[in-house]
Structures are given as structure tokens and as C-alpha cells.
Design a protein around this ligand. Structure first.
Ligand code: PLP
Length: 404
């Protein structure tokens, strides 16, 4: 069992009051709060080891390089990746997907080829493909969803053609909370010799992810959604694919030799890391991964499932409640609307009670369109949330309903 009271002490921001009410932070799918150890790591990085990495012979540069490369190893272990050369630091999930969209389409696709994505994707797993696809004449096909908000696996199987070159799907939907059967998705694609990118932005904070067990070809996540800093994220890619892909950006670090006639590129992972990397961010991210690992992802998942069940049960008892997403396997994200109350009104009034929820389309406009709505209210839980907070949240919704 997790000791939530003790855990909450690691997150000073949770002690705040908003409009005189204790803060209830249910916007964890947008970003998570940071434990002391992560913030202290950033402070320690700047105060004690700050120097540019990889280029210096002096003590501090070597210490910073060692910290940065150790962080890469921590990420490798966290994802159970075969090699730390397959871990590329990016600004986040969005940049990681843009990198693959740009370099994979450039290096591994021809006009007329096809990519499969799903109807529940975040804009960051739609738009990068659209931009690059338009440049090269690539077709994007969309895997539809079932009534319960799960991938329609029969249609998925049928969407493969001779021209399918890549599948890119989300591990956990940031709107529906659906946990997709990504191992099966990958297995099916591999039967067609098609690689798969998994957008793990919402998955790594809640589940144990083992990229070797999944046999994922690419896996992406963002530091800020897993209790780490903003501006740092990860692309895991199999070396066999990354080696075939041209660099994403040019600059320092990513080269081996440069002349005006010809430039040769560095080896993995540096080929994809142009410019000074966020070495303070990488070490703080590693600290966050260690923090989460020490709590135990199985325990985190079990507790968050408990919160999900508890909240879903109480929400369902509210008159006019519509929850979007009824997958058999769901993560701790609940999107809903009540009666005709606009999601912004609900969000703003809950905010006045100190409750932070997200409202809007959640960067998933095609999914909103499919659901026939403009947006939802979304509550997303973390291991530092409590059932008492959910009780207050439910009372808050009831109060808003009475006002309308
Ligand atoms: N994918 C999913 C499923 C997300 O929920 C998000 C962020 O909400 C992203 C991708 C984009 O992450 P970031 O903005 O950190 O790059």
C-alpha cells in the first residue's frame, strides 16, 4: 500500500489553498506536479555541476556529461530498452513524434505509401504525420473506435495493404482513458513487417512499460507528465530503424566531421540530438523516474485504479451524467458532461471551489467530432490524490448542477 499522506509531503504545491479552498489537483493528464527531489536536482544541477556537456576537458563539463549520460541509462532501464544508444532526448512527446514523422517518412517511405493512426489520437500524433505526408504524397488511414471507445481491432487488421509502412497509436487515450492493447497492435503490424510507434505520454506515469516485451519500434513520452521537468522527453527507437533514418535537425553534437563539401553524421543517439541538450532536464527526469520506480508502478496502478472506480461510481449517480469512454481497461482519466452544462462553466465553477480540472477538446478535435461534442470536463488522477478529494469534487459538481 502507498502511504499517500507521506507521499503528499513530497509535493509542496499540494499544500496550497485556491480561493481559500484546499487545492484539489485533478489535471494530471495535462501535467503532473513535481516532487521535492526533482526540483532539488534542478537546483543542484545549476548550482554545482552546470557546464556544457560532451565538449569540455574540464572537471565540470565531464561531471555534467556523466550525469547526462547516466540519465540516459536510467531511461533505458526504466523502459527496459536494449541499449542507451536507442534513447534520444527530445523536448517531449510532440518533438519525438515530429522527429519520427520527418525522418522516417524521408528515409523509409515513398509517395503512395500509407500510415495508420487511430481516431483517438492527440493532435501531436496526427498533425506531424499530416505535415510530412503532404510533402511526400503519403496517405493517412484512421483506425475507427468501437462504442466503448476502444480500437476496432477487426477494422485495424483489414486496413493493412501492400503500401502500409508505419502504424502510430496512443498507448493510453488522454480523453477516454482507454488502455490500448498495444502489444497486440504491434504483433499484427509485425506480421506485415510494419513498424509501430507508440505514443506513451499518458502511459508511462501509470503502467510498467517494457519496450522489449511490447516489441515497440518507437516509443515516446514527456518528462512533465511523469513528475519530471517540462521541456524534456524521450524517443526510444530500435537502432535498426534509427540507423536508416536521416537526421532530424542539423547543428552541433549531431555531426562527426563537417566541411563545406561534405558532412558526416555522429552515431546514435547523438545523430538525432542537434545542439546543446537539456542536460539539467535529463538528470531531473532521471530523478523523477527513480522516484516513481521507488514507489512502484504496480502499486501506483492499483491505487489509481481504485480512485478511478471510486470516482466513476459516484459520478454515475449524478443525474444527467455522461461519461465518455467505457473501455474494459481504463486508466485514471474521466471525461464527462452533465446535462446541458457547458464544460467551461463546469470547469470555472469547480475552480472557484479549488478544484483543477481540464475543459475543452483536449487536443483531440477529431475525437470530439466523432463523439459529436465540442469538449468535455476531464478529471485525471495521480497517486497523490485521495478519495476525500473525490468526495469534495462530487459535491462540487452537485453544487454546480443545482446552480443550473
Ligand atoms: N500524446 C498524448 C496522448 C498526450 O496526452 C499529450 C499531451 O497531453 C501529448 C501526446 C503531447 O505531449 P507534450 O505536449 O508533452 O509533447
Amino acid at each position: 500500500m502507498l502511504d499517500i499522506r507521506t507521499i503528499r509531503r513530497d509535493f509542496p504545491i499540494l499544500e496550497q489553498s485556491i480561493y481559500g479552498k484546499p487545492l484539489i489537483y485533478f489535471d494530471n493528464a495535462a501535467t503532473t506536479q513535481k516532487p521535492r527531489c526533482v526540483v532539488e536536482k534542478i537546483e543542484q544541477g545549476y548550482y554545482s555541476v552546470n557546464a556544457n556537456v560532451h565538449r569540455g576537458v574540464h572537471f565540470l563539463s565531464q561531471a555534467a556529461t556523466e550525469a547526462h549520460e547516466n540519465a540516459r541509462k536510467t531511461v533505458q532501464q526504466f523502459l527496459n530498452a536494449p541499449s542507451s544508444n536507442e534513447i534520444i532526448f527530445t523536448r517531449g512527446t510532440t518533438e519525438a513524434i515530429n522527429l519520427v514523422a520527418s525522418s522516417f517518412i524521408e528515409g523509409c517511405m515513398m509517395p503512395g505509401d500509407e500510415i495508420l493512426i487511430s481516431a483517438m489520437e492527440h493532435h501531436s500524433n496526427i498533425v506531424p504525420w499530416q505535415i510530412q505526408a503532404a510533402r511526400k504524397g503519403i496517405t493517412i488511414k484512421v483506425i475507427p473506435l468501437t462504442e466503448t471507445g476502444e480500437l476496432d481491432m477487426d477494422v485495424y487488421r483489414a486496413l493493412f495493404s501492400e503500401r502500409t509502412r508505419l502504424v502510430s497509436v496512443v498507448h493510453i487515450s488522454n480523453v477516454l482513458g482507454t488502455v490500448n492493447p498495444v502489444k497486440e497492435v504491434i504483433e499484427i503490424a509485425h506480421q506485415h513487417d510494419v513498424p509501430v510507434l507508440i505514443d506513451g505520454a499518458q502511459a508511462v506515469p501509470h503502467l510498467n512499460v517494457d519496450v522489449q516485451d511490447l516489441d515497440a519500434d518507437f516509443y515516446t513520452f514527456s518528462g512533465h507528465k511523469i513528475y519530471g521537468p517540462t521541456g524534456i522527453g524521450v524517443l526510444y527507437g530500435k537502432a535498426s530503424w534509427l540507423d536508416k533514418m536521416p537526421p532530424y535537425q542539423g547543428g552541433g553534437e549531431m555531426i562527426s566531421t563537417v566541411s563545406f563539401e561534405k558532412t558526416t553524421f555522429n552515431e546514435l543517439p547523438y545523430k538525432f540530438e542537434a545542439g546543446t541538450p537539456d542536460y539539467i532536464g535529463s538528470t531531473a527526469l532521471a530523478e523523477a523516474l527513480k522516484y516513481v520506480s521507488a514507489l512502484g508502478l504496480e502499486k501506483i496502478a492499483a491505487y489509481e485504479d481504485e480512485l478511478l472506480t471510486y470516482a466513476t461510481h459516484q459520478l454515475n449517480a449524478i443525474e444527467g451524467m455522461r461519461i465518455f469512454g467505457h473501455a474494459a481497461h481504463k486508466s485514471s482519466v474521466i471525461s464527462f458532461l452533465v446535462g446541458h452544462i457547458h464544460h467551461y462553466d463546469m470547469g470555472m465553477l469547480l475552480d472557484r471551489l479549488g478544484i483543477a480540472v481540464r475543459t475543452g477538446h483536449h487536443c483531440a478535435q477529431p475525437l470530439m467530432h466523432l463523439l459529436g461534442i465540442e469538449g468535455t470536463v476531464r478529471a485525471s488522477f495521480s497517486f497523490y490524490n485521495t478519495k476525500e478529494e473525490i468526495d469534495t469534487f462530487i459535491k462540487g459538481i452537485e453544487k454546480v448542477c443545482q446552480m443550473f
